[in-house]
Design a protein around this ligand. Structure first.
Ligand code: F6R
Length: 366
């Protein structure tokens, strides 16, 4: 059932060209310039007029939600808040009629997320579920939704469900931005094409697996890791750190790259590997300065870069290349090395990567 792979996690990482493709199929038609998504179409007026969108999730799904905040605000100009379900449900949250709640969950059974949306539903919000498991509790409580169609995810660490969540959230943002008129036709078509090209670009990111495995052996004995990114790649820094913690039991922190000088930079010395997610985007010059700040303090820099980026390649200790893509969709590529690095470090340390200690696939207790 592992299809020739050593672990479910690796199998699921390598499934991503087809899972993202399946997620887009029948929804995004760049050639004709159309997006079809029944759950969005049926509620288009509520979505267009929503004064606010609240995204509620936990863990990796929360990271997808954080990235969606950036994308929705850019394309739809609707204010978005991203909430940890466990915090939201216990603090007398403000929910107004007309607000839209997007719940993101792979399992559809996460207790905190489920209770949070039940509460918000009572307060008059529309609940839109983005769920992988068909017919799950969160899918049933939602009044509208879109499945991620990533297929069963067995490895405890979420991988293919995450890229599918990003794909669905991006499709919704594109559709809504277009309908609201906040996204012009040219950019709409451009982004649709960029999104549709992602499944064909993922294999090039996966081709780095052997190289990432070598890096895993080089860095596996580090005590701590720092993961830094800016803009659309900041949530990917958080996700990279979470993957490493859960699979390799190495302490890791994700931070916005510019925030590092407000504290975490004190951690940097020659023993600290710092992973930069530094693909070519509108933050490129800024993140180059951040890399220099780490190098000046003798930190070891592992940079995820866009293919052919010689500038960062010269500065970094090690690089992992991913194909070029528009910055809005690039995280679906830059997260692949994060998944592979955590996986291979876990394997290098002889750990049970499919079933990390203390973790369960779905957290049905609060
Ligand atoms: C991390 C991971 C968890 C889940 C979280 C939410 O790899 O798997 O952080 O993302 O427990 O689970 P779902 O998405 O099922 O609600």
């Amino acid at each position: 059932e592992k299809g020739g792979y050593d672990h479910f996690m690796l199998k699921e990482i390598f499934e991503q060209p087809s899972t993202v493709f399946d997620c887009l199929r029948g929804r995004v038609d760049a050639a004709n310039g159309t997006i079809t998504m029944a759950g969005v179409e049926a509620n288009i007026d509520i979505l267009k007029n929503a004064p606010r969108i609240l995204i509620i999730a936990c863990g990796t799904s929360w990271h997808a939600g954080l990235l969606a905040e950036y994308i929705f605000e850019e394309l739809c100009r609707t204010p978005v808040e991203v909430e940890y379900a466990s915090e939201f449900r216990y603090r007398n949250p403000i929910v107004n009629k007309g607000d839209v709640i997007i719940a993101v969950s792979q399992s559809g059974e996460t207790a905190d997320t489920l209770v949070a949306i039940e509460k918000a539903k009572e307060q008059g919000a529309l609940i839109f579920g983005i769920v992988n498991v068909v017919g799950s509790s969160i899918a049933r409580v939602s009044q509208a939704g879109a499945y991620t169609h990533a297929g069963p995810e067995i490895g405890v660490a979420s991988t293919k469900a995450f890229t599918a969540q990003l794909a669905v959230l991006t499709i919704i943002a594109l559709k809504l931005g277009y309908e609201k008129g906040t996204l012009d036709n040219k950019r709409f078509l451009h982004l649709m094409n960029e999104l549709q090209d992602i499944p064909e670009k993922i294999p090039a990111a996966l081709n780095q697996a052997e190289h990432v495995k070598q890096l895993a052996y080089k860095y596996k004995d580090a005590r701590d890791f720092l993961y830094l990114g800016r803009g659309y790649n900041f949530p990917i820094a958080l996700e990279g750190a979470l993957k490493l913690k859960e699979i390799s039991y190495i302490h890791a922190e994700g931070y916005p790259a510019a925030e590092m000088k407000h504290g975490p930079i004190a951690l940097v010395d020659e023993n600290l590997p710092v992973v930069f997610i530094a693909t070519k985007d509108s933050y490129h010059e800024k993140i180059i300065s951040n890399i220099q700040e780490i190098k000046a303090r003798k930190g070891k820099v592992i940079a995820v870069i866009t293919e052919g980026d010689d500038v960062i390649a010269k500065m970094a200790d090690d690089v992992i290349e991913v194909p070029a893509a528009d910055e809005l969709v690039a995280p679906m590529l830059s997260v692949i090395p994060m998944q592979l690095l955590a996986y291979y470090i876990g394997v290098a340390k002889g750990l049970d990567v499919d079933k990390p200690r203390n973790l369960a696939k779905s957290v049905t207790v609060e």
